[in-house]
Design a protein around this ligand. Structure first.
Ligand code: NAD
Length: 511
């Protein structure tokens, strides 16, 4: 990869293998050249380079994790819990530094990044309870003198591949439970904002996680492909776009691995005629444009029922006009830039096409003053009269573009949501408890909000969509995360009583 003059002298972000970054840097001297640029989205300038792992780098990380596994899985539950408590304290003490690291590379505002850290931290807090979470069942006297019990044991070396939009939270969704359960972990973060992964590695080390238990390989598809085929990797957790999630699920399971692969989304917010318009507009604007729409739980479609469209659109327009757009590090800004120039331009292209497809541009973010500089900014846009079949409806845009689809009835609105190939999150806004309960019953989506626009479950439930938003059997984090990172073993036990022992060639029966 050619290096531009503007990139000379940039710091390099590298891997974290076997408890430090040094090992990887030395290897990169042997095989230089595969690296990428890390941009500052607020300025549009390169700010660092990130090494891209080779097959050898991944193999060294897997070997380090494999070496560390026997001792780590034998480490007592109370010690593992103690380390998680320490990690909890360290993340808590360094919230702001973590958030700044996120904002500098991702672009989201500092308060938003603080929110991300807080939601990630919940997962470390959940994992502090690992002694309780790993308790199995015990059946005394299942047969005469025989007890049966189930234990849950770690899988071995497990890997997590994460997206750019939550560089702290999504890794914490994965590694907190994985490590607490006794596995050793390899993180392959997004190459677009890699620094947070190294910061988390340092905090884990300071918390007492032994070398090799947590590793980071930076990079692209080369690293992912090697993790997918490596015989010593037992399980893969993935979060990212749907085509990649599907491919990872198919390849990983074909190679005999346990895989959970979370994909993209197109989240609908249904607004019934009885809804509080101001509250619904606040929610639509917060959930549609927060983090510049780069959230898998962002609302991207508002489905209005009956005559609610006109007043709601007017209320949304009023709020859009007040959104403060600018660099995420500057106090007071509510929406930052998009992750890259290419992504910004791709998002803007949906506005170019919308009119031709019959949609109406109610607010055009392409004309916002913030777009004028070198940063990757794009103003908030609102499309009205959107219908299935239009590119702006069918695609996951992943930017600050909110579409309004007008439905005549509740049935039409729910039918539209259920026909969508994605099924990550959805929300209903109404004052009618019966209607909300019916929606919860009818809707074919994994996470549902009732007057809550971004229903990301708390850490003691599990996160996951349905259909094209999740490939695999188990959702991420929470109780299902513990299940994913462990396998059950059932023990049938008898302590011999010489007085009752005899030869019996019959099949063992319960008696
Ligand atoms: P992405 O799919 O481009 O990348 C995700 C990860 O996969 C990155 O680490 C990347 O390096 C790697 N990758 C990319 N292309 C690959 C390929 N062809 N083969 C192997 N690995 C590859 O996603 P992104 O742009 O980083 O993140 C945004 C997407 O993630 C959106 O679609 C969003 O909805 C989704 N997302 C989903 C959830 C969820 O919980 N369902 C959460 C966050 C983000």
């Amino acid at each position: 990869m050619a290096i531009l003059a503007s990139e000379i002298g940039l710091r390099t972000i590298s891997h974290w293998i076997g408890g430090g970054a040094r090992d990887a840097i030395e290897t990169n001297k042997v095989a230089p050249g595969r690296s990428g640029v890390v941009w500052n989205p607020a300025t549009g300038q390169p700010q660092a380079r990130v090494d891209f792992a080779s097959v050898d780098d991944v193999d060294r990380a897997v070997a380090a994790a494999k070496r560390a596994f026997p001792k780590w899985r034998a480490t007592s539950l109370s010690r593992r819990s103690e380390i998680m408590f320490r990690m909890r304290e360290l993340v808590d003490q360094n919230r702001r530094k973590l958030a700044e690291t996120i904002t500098l590379e991702h672009g989201k505002t500092l308060p938003d990044a603080m929110g991300e850290v807080a939601r990630g931290l919940e997962n470390v807090e959940f994992a502090c309870g690992i002694p309780n979470l790993l308790k199995g069942g015990f059946s005394e006297q299942a047969s005469s003198g025989i007890d049966v019990y189930q234990i849950r044991q770690p899988l071995g070396v497990v890997a997590g591949i994460t997206p750019f939009n939550f560089p702290a939270m999504v890794p914490m969704w994965m590694f907190a439970n994985a490590i607490a359960c006794g596995n050793t972990f390899i993180l392959k973060p997004s190459e677009k904002d890699p620094s947070t992964s190294i910061y988390l590695a340092e905090l884990l080390q300071e918390a007492g996680v032994p070398d090799g238990v947590f590793n980071v390989v930076q990079g692209d598809r080369v690293a992912v492909d090697r993790l997918l085929e490596h015989p010593d990797v037992s399980a893969i957790s993935f979060v990212g776009s749907t085509p990649v999630a599907k491919a990872i699920y198919e390849t990983g399971t074909r190679n005999g691995k346990r895989v959970q692969a979370l994909g993209g989304a197109k989240n609908h917010m249904l607004v019934l005629p009885d809804a509080d318009i101001a509250m619904a507009a606040d929610a639509a604007v917060s959930a549609g444009y927060g983090s510049a729409g780069e959230r898998c739980m962002a609302i991207s479609v508002v489905v209005t029922v009956g005559n609610v469209a006109e007043p709601l659109i007017q209320a949304i327009e009023e709020r859009i006009a007040r959104i403060k757009i600018g660099p995420g590090m500057e106090e007071g800004n509510e929406m930052g830039p998009l992750i890259t120039r290419e992504h910004r331009d791709r998002v803007a292209s949906y506005m170019d096409g919308a009119m031709g497809e019959g949609a109406k541009i109610a607010v055009d973010g392409r004309t916002h003053a913030a777009n004028a500089g070198t940063g990757f900014f794009l103003g908030a846009s609102l499309l009205d009269q959107v219908k299935p079949g239009m590119r702006c409806y069918d695609d996951e845009i992943f930017g600050p573009v909110l579409s309004v689809v007008r439905a005549k009835t509740y049935e039409e609105a729910v039918g539209l949501i259920n026909a969508n190939p994605y099924a990550n999150g959805t929300a209903i806004f109404t004052r009618d408890g019966g209607a909300a309960r019916q929606f919860q019953f009818d809707v074919e989506v994994g996470m549902v909000g009732i007057n809550v626009p971004i229903p990301v479950p708390v850490s003691y439930y599990s996160f996951g969509g349905w259909k094209g938003s999740l490939f695999g059997d188990l959702h991420m984090y929470g109780p299902e995360g513990v299940q994913f990172y462990t396998r059950a073993k059932v023990v049938t036990s008898r302590w011999p009583d010489p007085g009752t022992s005899s030869v019996d060639l019959g099949f063992p029966q319960v008696r």
